[in-house]
Design a protein around this ligand. Sequence first.
Ligand code: MTE
Ligand code: MO
Length: 379
Amino acid sequence: SWEYVQKEKAPDMIHVLQFPYNGEPPRDRLVETEITRNEDFFVRNHGGIPEIDPAEYSFDIDGLVNNPKKLTLADLQNEKLFPRQTNVVSLQCSGTRRIEQIHEYPGDGDELINAPWGEGAIGTARWTGVSLKKVIKYCGGLKDNGENIHLEFYGADTYFKKGKVYNYVVSVPWRKVKLNEVLLAWEMNGKPLPRIHGFPLRTVVFGYIGARSCKWLYRIKAIKGPSLAPVQMKEYLYYTPQVGKQNAMYSNGFSIQDMPVSSAIMKPINMQQIIHDGSIKMRGWAYSGGGRWPVRVEVSGDGGSIWYEVPYENLSNKYYHAWRLWEIDLPVDAEGWLELCVRTWDNALNTQPTYVRSAWNFDLHVTSSCHRVKIYSIN
Ligand code: MTE
Ligand code: MO
């Protein structure tokens, strides 16, 4: 992997895990641009990076489709067969901000796979490809009218867990695909997908956790119900607070699909000393999954007693499936240690839990509580 990290990623990526490679960009740079540069986009891998020769490449669509097919990239890119689609979509790993849960609940989670992410396991790109719905149609549609059918995605990478080797396999329900919200993408921001992001082809599932956006795609299988593969069944689960490491059963976990509303302060950063004249510039991102979008971002300089609304014109463009960047000059009189925080409301008027411990999931996925940073104010 290291070769591709050096070739395709910015030199100052924060290496969250060395192998499998997991990395996120420096906080300030991530919120400089609404569309994340490819070299700054976070990387989440379970295993190595497969080397696929695009000339040899094809992928299979089989299972409960009427006419199973093998397609090449040239087939997908043939505009007589499939209309091309480009969407601005954020991908967010459900592990974003896990480091806060690790601090709150030391010992929880799966130390083999849970990378200690900060606020940078999210990024936004302009993805180009074809809608999976159109490809299914080209295969004569689904059997049984698509009733309870999931599309299972196979990635060409392999990973180890507890001494066994697995392929990366996940699934999404047909009702998601039907909305044209699952793209088979070969371009990221107008360039071929970088190797590290799934070259030559990946799925991009809008508004779902990043895990369903399968890189290095080589097979799509239509099946009844969700995939039984371990990534789908045993990872990315949300448990009730009564469930801990000792009594967890995978069947008690809720399989996370839509991301909830969340946000983060990317500037200033934790423990920073700030000399100012009565206001502190704050910047960050706000995002909601499931086709919802941020409509109100509020910040506080006193840990959440008094909230200031970020002026609406200080939110970046609205898309249905992407983050909005925000900035505000927060009025601050106080000197000394202060807790800055942010919370976001989406268009369904969902907002964020107050504290990390307001929403405990021992599996350490989804840390969507108000994001807090401590700063030292000198006025
Ligand atoms: N696809 C394959 N084949 N293997 C993986 O390890 N990781 C998933 C998903 N797709 C993964 C994968 C996870 S958990 C996330 S969050 C996203 O890819 C991250 O996409 P990125 O690395 O392009 O940012
Ligand atoms: Mo992820």
